[in-house]
Design a protein around this ligand. Structure first.
Ligand code: GLN
Ligand code: ZN
Length: 754
């Protein structure tokens, strides 16, 4: 019979219990036993909740105290050698995640195209592996002791290795495959002996462009593992199998999970390719977003699968683990009923999966109430005037020139006339320290303990202090400090139409850290100026140019839950038009330099290379739309961080910002390699202070970086700045580092380098 299945449940807990337990443990406020008890409680609650929701196939080992990739690393006994002295497994685990005095933490990066961060496996040539923890089996038995038979989840060997990196020398991770597979085999055999009927093995790399070596590694792995393992459900997600379809369908596994939310169009091809002895798990409920599903539409998709594979070879599941969804919509007490009726969080998604399964087993009438609620929500969504605003659509359809009135060379002249900046101009990226006092005042204002006048007076004082300090230090282009902003996306979302904010919609970002992304539910517009007041206030305090500070449309889109009833490009264009209005208002208010931050431009890149061009086209166009309305002598800046821009350099140049500041200092100007082959046309400030580190760089460090930059970039194009905002730093280090930074620029001017 057709079964309902889940691929993973959020671990963090409805009230972020895991976060609180972890942070208490790290502070020494609770011991390991208490931490483990908190984990056990969450696991039990989540298993029971899934069973109560009618899920037949319930995962285990989807729980993690930090990250599931790190769990696999720990299970394989693959701790890097610098942690060798740590014998206690819990201490070792958190040392790898967070570092110790003696050994820095392992690297962390984004899990495919999500905002979840995993700990990157660190590999060495000739490394050995062993089954080092019993977590997978323990949690399977723990569920069984509660009367729940589960399907353990593992990160597959080829994905685990492919995500890995060597810190010392170039290493082909797959050269370690034959060392890793015996450990997987031992683990899987143990699970089988313990009575597990199925395991879920995740190989999300199946949604990427694969090398011949990766394909061969997948074949070799499953040839070997299927012989000893419980029945394997091989899970792919985050995209279509595409040219990996035949490979995936041919692997020696008992079932294949496919993502039909990201790639519904792949179903017919999968049905054709799937051998008759394999189960098909159809991922039809979106694990990545918060919208209620169109159940009738998804039922049609499931039925098409059913017609082909029959009832006994079919599982109905979310597209991917529900890790990327908030836990429970019922906890939202402040969202209005209409908006709520359009949403589904992890708990509601389980109910949707059950309803679809019931409809397949017994016919749609058996699940009528859930289907009717879905249809009603879809109808109200289609018709709601909160979503569809004819004026916004009309404006978005208008043909607006994407190019500035004049080419850069002409603009540069005009800007030089207006601002008369010295060679190697100095500036910062926008934010100044968000001290506990700033956060405390904001909270007091939000909770009504102080009124708007008092809060604004406080912000004015902070702003003035930042301006005076910048003048004293001698920076050339000042910023107001962003004290009024808690977060660079939230600040704008709260002032734009079409956005909503949840009270408890947390999703795990990394470790105990969670984010609460804004919800873009409807057409976006800007009812009133958002930043002008603060920029104008700050500008009036000083004779030096004051830079206005905005978040760009792609970044706002990328860090939100985005509506799915229209293409992302269209939503992005609406945001771009709203930001364009703000740019023009800043300009009209006399702000001559305006920075539009796009740190998330690169992370929006699609998983497949062949989709990059299409994405970059609309992303670049949206940025240009925000900036193209200003006069030649208004200077547009942009900022990007999180490295690895080399492969999209041409697109970055196409943004045609007059100045870009970019993160480079951590990678020791590695980025600049790209500038040797690609001559960047406009001005650029490669960050010379890694603000992610508490260390205050000396003049010598900064000068060395700048001179290195000057080898690849003509000095006349260079700006001098930190590599990101200073919000997380303290005032004393900011002051010291900025003094060194200004001094570095002065020395270079004096040396006649430009
Ligand atoms: N202007 C923002 C700041 O200075 C930029 C932050 C970012 O790049 N993430 O904080
Ligand atoms: Zn940054």
């Amino acid at each position: 019979m057709t079964r309902s299945a889940n691929l993973g449940f959020p671990r963090i807990g409805l009230h972020r219990e895991l976060k609180h337990a972890l942070e208490a443990y790290w502070k020494g406020a609770i011991d390991a036993a208490a931490l483990n008890a908190a984990g056990r409680q969450l696991r039990a609650r989540h298993w029971q909740l899934q069973r109560a929701a009618g899920i037949d196939v319930i995962p285990s080992n989807d729980f993690s105290f930090y990250d599931h990739v790190l769990d696999m690393t720990a299970t394989l006994g693959a701790a890097p050698p610098r942690f060798a002295g740590i014998t206690d497994p819990t201490a070792l685990y958190f040392a790898m995640a967070r570092g110790t005095e003696a050994a820095p933490a392992m690297e962390m990066t984004k899990w495919f195209d999500t905002n979840y961060h995993y700990i990157v496996p660190e590999l060495q040539a000739g490394q050995s592996f062993r089954l080092a923890t019993s977590k997978v089996v323990d949690e399977f038995l723990e569920a069984r002791s509660l009367g729940i038979e589960t399907r353990p989840v593992l990160v597959g060997p080829v994905t685990w290795l492919s995500l890995g990196k060597s810190k010392v020398a170039a290493l082909d991770p797959l050269s370690l495959l034959d060392r890793v597979l015996p450990v997987y085999a031992e683990l899987l055999a143990t699970l089988k002996a313990t009575g597990a009927e199925w395991v879920q093995i995740d190989e999300p790399i199946l949604a990427l462009d694969l090398t011949a070596a990766q394909r061969a590694a997948l074949r070799r792995s499953y040839d070997l593992l299927q012989a000893v393992a419980p029945r394997i459900m091989l899970a792919s997600y985050f995209g279509a199998l595409g040219d990996n379809l035949d490979l995936a369908a041919g692997l020696h596994v008992a079932g294949l999970h496919i993502d039909l939310v990201r790639a519904p169009e792949q179903l017919p091809a999968v049905l054709k390719a799937l051998p008759a002895d394999k189960l098909l798990s159809v991922g039809v409920i979106d694990g990545r977003n918060i919208w209620r599903a169109d159940l009738d539409g998804q039922l049609a998709l499931v039925s098409a699968a059913w017609d082909s594979v029959g009832p006994d070879r079919l599982e109905i599941a979310p597209s991917c683990s529900l890790l990327h969804s908030p836990v429970d919509l019922d906890a939202e007490t402040d969202l209005d009923a209409e908006l709520k009726s359009w949403l589904a969080f992890a708990t509601q998604k389980l109910a949707e999966i059950s309803a679809l399964t019931l409809a397949m087993q017994k016919g749609r009438p058996a699940a009528r109430p859930v289907f009717e609620a879905s249809a009603a929500a879809a109808l109200s969504h289609r018709q709601s005037p909160r979503i569809h605003k004819p004026a916004v659509a009309l404006r978005a359809a208008a043909d607006i020139r994407l190019a500035r009135p004049s080419p850069f060379a002409v603009r540069r002249e005009a800007q030089q006339q207006r601002f008369g900046l010295p060679a190697f101009p100095t500036t910062t990226i926008g934010s100044f320290p968000q001290t506990p006092e700033v956060r405390e005042r904001r909270a007091a204002f939000r909770h009504g303990r102080i009124d708007a006048t008092a809060y604004h007076r406080f912000l004015e004082t902070e702003t003035e202090r930042a301006v005076r300090l910048q003048e004293q230090i001698g920076l050339d282009v000042l910023v107001h400090g962003e004290f009024e902003r808690s977060d660079m996306v939230e600040y704008f979302g709260e002032q734009l139409d079409g956005f909503a904010f949840t009270g408890n919609g947390w999703v795990q970002s990394y470790g105990s850290r969670c984010v609460k992304p804004p919800v873009i539910y409807g057409d976006v517009s800007r009812p009133a100026p958002m930043t002008v007041r603060w920029s104008v206030y700050a500008a009036a305090l000083s004779d030096r140019p004051m830079k206005g500070m905005l978040t760009g449309p792609v970044t706002i889109l990328q860090w939100s839950f985005v509506r799915v009833d229209q293409p992302r490009a269209e939503t992005c264009r609406q945001i771009a038009l709203a930001i364009r209005d703000e740019v023009l208002d800043l300009e009209a208010a006399g702000i001559g330099i305006i920075q539009i931050d796009e740190p998330a431009l690169r992370e929006g890149l699609p998983l497949r290379r062949s989709d990059w061009t299409g994405y970059l086209r609309w992303a670049v166009d949206c940025f240009r739309l925000t900036a193209s309305g200003v006069a030649d002598d208004t200077q547009v800046h942009t900022h990007m961080c999180y490295a690895e821009f080399n492969d999209i350099m041409a697109a970055i140049a196409e943004l045609d910002a007059d100045v870009i500041s970019i993160e480079t200092s951590r990678s020791d100007m590695e980025l600049l390699e790209a500038f040797r082959d690609f001559s960047y046309p406009n001005e650029i400030g490669p960050g010379i202070w890694d603000i992610h580190s508490p260390r205050v760089p000396g003049q010598g460090d900064m000068e060395a970086l700048l001179l290195k930059a000057a080898e690849a970039i003509p000095p006349a194009q260079l700006w001098v700045n930190p590599d990101c905002g200073l919000k997380t730093r303290g005032w004393p280090e900011v002051e010291a580092a900025l003094r060194n930074l200004v001094e570095t620029a002065r020395r270079l001017r004096g040396s006649g380098a430009r």
